[in-house]
Design a binder for this molecule. Structure first.
Ligand SMILES: Cc1ncc(COP(=O)(O)O)c(C=O)c1O
Length: 358
């Protein structure tokens, strides 16, 4: 590359890696980002505004949000020193990888999964070891262990329930990996609340396990960007060094505090999504030519009998936005659909039937 090029000196792995982008589409029925279809409760919004209004806006937030860390520690049953709060769980995934990955570190990533893991690791100079899921999209713990070991990986990143497949790594499978793999296991539990099983149960026994979770999905706070990390306190201290100071703004910290104080309010919307999950699964499975993968999250991976992009466009014309994941490995026939409200799902189903039975 010429010295005069604006890209001269940019890391070659950054230039080569595709960007993680999402075109901003507007739609009546938005089922493309695994968001909560039920908004944050209005009265709790008022309470957050009231508390935030009383604060002096000219002051920085707390250097370390210790009161929220303590609240989270009490909520999950872990030590405050082992809890970090981030600007979305993405920031915590990034901080963790910044601390664990150096040039040529091998990072094992099941495939297909959330794109951000590979992107950040690549930018940091990692060599990615892609380990395919089984053809039915289930996890294969033995495969993950043996391929990670063979490749010399020092980190495995696991997302359970997994985006975009909805499949899960069983508690036994996780424990097997933790027992036999000597590196770090970064466990992304962004969709934990829709499944209910967590690695937290064994965190005290495996100090190289790091868990991330988010307020973006089940808690309906995607717009406010709050995530948290649970790890051995000594490891959390190292990871915290890679976070920017004042990484979470005071408004979002206040919102997270209010959400945790009112945690029971978030159960009914989760139950409503789970009920719709059962119904949508049955309905989708009944559409000729559609194959729906079982999901423990708030979305479904579906294989369709037409070119996915064509169906995506047709649904979009009918006001329904879903996610085209056909460029992901193993998913060339697939789309991903977030679970919406009952009305939204009804609209999705009739649009799908209309498009596929023309
Ligand atoms: C698997 C997974 N992890 C992490 C995230 C990021 O969540 P956050 O909003 O907390 O940054 C997402 C968002 O879609 C996700 O699907």
């Amino acid at each position: 590359m010429k010295r005069t090029s604006p890209l001269y000196g940019v890391k070659s792995q950054v230039i080569k890696v595709p960007a993680y982008t999402l075109r901003a589409f507007e739609a009546d029925v938005k089922l493309n980002q695994n968001e909560n279809p039920f908004d944050f409760p209005e009265d709790l919004k008022d309470e957050i505004f009231r508390r935030y209004r009383e604060r002096q806006w000219s002051r920085y937030p707390d250097f370390v949000p210790d009161s929220l860390r303590q609240q989270l520690a009490d909520f999950v049953g872990w030590q405050r020193e082992g809890v970090l709060v981030g600007n979305g769980s993405n920031e915590l995934l990034q901080s963790t990888l910044m601390v664990l990955v150096k040039s040529r570190t091998r990072v094992a990533i099941p495939s297909p999964t959330f794109t951000v893991y590979g992107l950040i690791s690549t930018v940091l100079g990692a060599r990615i070891v892609h380990i395919p899921l089984n053809p039915d999209m289930s996890y294969n713990a033995n495969d993950l262990i043996s391929k990670s070991q063979e490749s010399g990986a020092s980190v495995i990143i696991i997302n359970t329930p997994n985006n975009p497949t909805g499949s899960v790594l069983s508690e036994d499978g996780l424990e097997e990996i933790l027992k036999r793999f000597s590196g770090f296991v970064l466990l992304d539990e962004a969709y934990y609340e829709f499944w209910g099983h967590s690695g937290l149960r064994v965190l005290k026994d495996y100090p190289r396990l790091i868990i991330t979770r988010t307020f973006s999905k089940a808690m309906g706070m995607a717009g406010l960007r709050v995530g948290y990390l649970l790890a051995h306190p000594e490891l959390a201290t190292q990871i915290s060094k890679a976070k920017l100071p004042y990484n979470v703004n005071q408004f979002s910290l206040t919102a997270a505090e209010v959400a945790l104080e009112n945690i029971d309010r978030f159960r009914p919307p989760i139950e409503a999504v789970l009920k719709e999950r059962d119904r949508l699964y049955r309905e989708l499975a009944g559409i000729p030519g559609v194959k729906v993968y079982p999901s423990e999250a708030n979305f479904f991976l579906v294989e369709v009998p037409v070119v996915p992009r064509v169906l995506f466009d047709e649904l979009y014309e009918r006001g329904i936005l879903i996610r085209d994941v056909s460029s992901y490995p193993m998913l060339s026939k697939c789309l991903r659909i977030s679970i919406g409200t009952q009305e939204e799902n009804d609209r999705l189903l009739s649009a799908l039937r209309a498009s596929l039975t023309k």
